[in-house]
Write a protein that binds this ligand. Structure first.
Ligand code: FAD
Ligand code: NAP
Length: 338
């Protein structure tokens, strides 16, 4: 059922804890409902955007337009092939509930992505990733509603242009479509991915690498290191890890032999952790007014209480300039700035 909220407060709808408002917030259950609402609505000329849990958005001002928010949370097995089980989840389902339900069904593929805050509908947008796994690797297809034509369609995973924290929804389809449901292809065969950091070690402490133990290990590592948005406002990693040409990385390695370097999307580039660049520039634990850099992970900017979006941007600009002048690398926000 459609629910329209005028002058909607966003304080409880964004993990940075920014006190902004939207002219209108519209909750919808599924694509048909949303299409009917969009066809009949007044204010069709106002900017329209989609918000899930607001865990990857920084509001720098009030949103003067309509925010669409899916509240559909259906979860169902819709198909079986020889090796895979297809699970359909509606966009409004909490991502970690989705992971937990897959694990309860004995389905492999989402376990390393445990405890990522947000909704199923946002997962394809930045191809959420953690501990060596990416949502794009298990997305079979994405069900869309085009906001202009009001046509529904299904986009196959291989056409979503998934890359490192990237997808077609950040480029060609940005601002054009609403993701209403996602279909996942998961495996009944055990396929643990344990090669990332301390994951293998932490899982072994709990026993065999079962789905439940991997989930518990990931959740434990995360809660020890990452700030809980319910306690301190943040949107996870504020910056993307830069992908830099091999030659540039080699030059930097001569100056900073201890600099960590990981493979990039192509053999010509490598990934350098932005958190390391920020920490090396002296920002870990620092603050600029009410905006700060988290003490345990320099990649995370935090709201130390009452910060505005502009306070967070002032800090992120200062860090970006400093890192550029020290390393010749321009780091870019991962968070959506509105
Ligand atoms: P929102 O923040 O509401 O939206 C994000 C973007 O997706 C916006 O551009 C929005 O317009 C768009 N969008 C949302 N829903 C839809 C839809 N239905 N249709 C079309 N577009 C839509 N990210 C990772 O990748 N890995 C991590 O390990 C990780 N850890 C995090 C830890 C913390 C503590 C926090 C706060 C964030 C973390 N993030 C991580 C970032 C965040 O969890 C993800 O980006 C998540 O997918 C955001 O979901 P959301 O529903 O809150 O999306
Ligand atoms: P970490 O383990 O301290 O590692 C720092 C960075 O180095 C990570 O960003 C990671 O890149 C990279 N890295 C480390 N080991 C790697 C490996 N074996 N192979 C490839 N890259 C490696 O990071 P953390 O902050 O504790 O986060 C742990 C995981 O959760 C990471 O995957 C991170 O992306 C994810 N996370 C994401 C967000 C977000 O908002 N996007 C927030 C918190 C945590 P990758 O980021 O590419 O993995």
């Amino acid at each position: 059922m459609i629910k329209e909220i005028e002058n909607a407060p966003l304080l409880g709808r964004n993990s940075f804890g920014i006190d902004a408002k939207a002219s209108r917030l519209v909750e919808f259950g599924n694509a048909a409902e949303l299409a009917a609402y969009l066809a009949a609505r007044e204010h069709a000329d106002a900017p329209t955007a989609v918000i899930g849990g607001g865990n990857n958005i920084l509001f720098t001002e009030d949103f003067r337009g309509t925010l669409l928010h899916c509240v559909g949370t259906d979860f169902a097995i819709t198909g079986n092939t020889k090796n895979k089980v297809i699970v359909r989840a509606e966009a409004g389902l909490d991502w970690d509930d989705f992971v937990s339900r897959c694990i309860n069904l004995g389905l492999w593929g989402a376990e390393n992505l445990s405890a990522i805050p947000g909704t199923v509908g946002a997962a394809p947008v930045q191809n959420i990733g953690a501990y060596g796994a990416k949502a794009g690797d298990i997305i079979h297809s994405v069900e869309l509603l085009d906001m202009t034509t009001l046509k529904e369609s299904v986009l196959a995973g291989e056409h979503c242009c998934f890359g490192y924290r990237d997808s077609i929804f950040k480029h060609a389809l940005k601002g054009r479509v609403v993701i209403c449901a996602v279909n996942f292809a998961l495996s009944r065969e055990p396929s643990p991915i344990l090669g990332y950091g301390a994951l293998e070690h932490e899982t072994a402490k709990l026993g065999d690498p079962t789905l439940e133990n991997i989930r518990r290990a990931v959740t434990g590592i995360r809660s020890a290191k990452l700030p809980d948005p319910a306690v301190i406002g943040n949107a996870g990693s504020f910056f993307k890890n830069p992908l830099v040409p091999l030659r540039k990385a080699e030059e930097l390695k001569e100056r900073f032999p201890e600099m960590p370097v990981y493979p990039g999307d192509t053999p010509e580039e490598v990934k350098i952790p932005a958190g390391w660049l920020i920490e090396k520039s002296g920002w870990k634990g620092a603050a600029l007014g009410r905006a700060g850099v988290y003490e345990k992970q320099a990649l995370i900017l935090v709201n130390r209480g009452g910060a505005t979006g502009k306070d967070i941007i002032a800090l992120s600009d200062a860090i970006t300039e400093d890192v550029a002048s020290k390393f010749g690398i321009r780091i870019e926000p991962e968070v959506n700035i509105w």
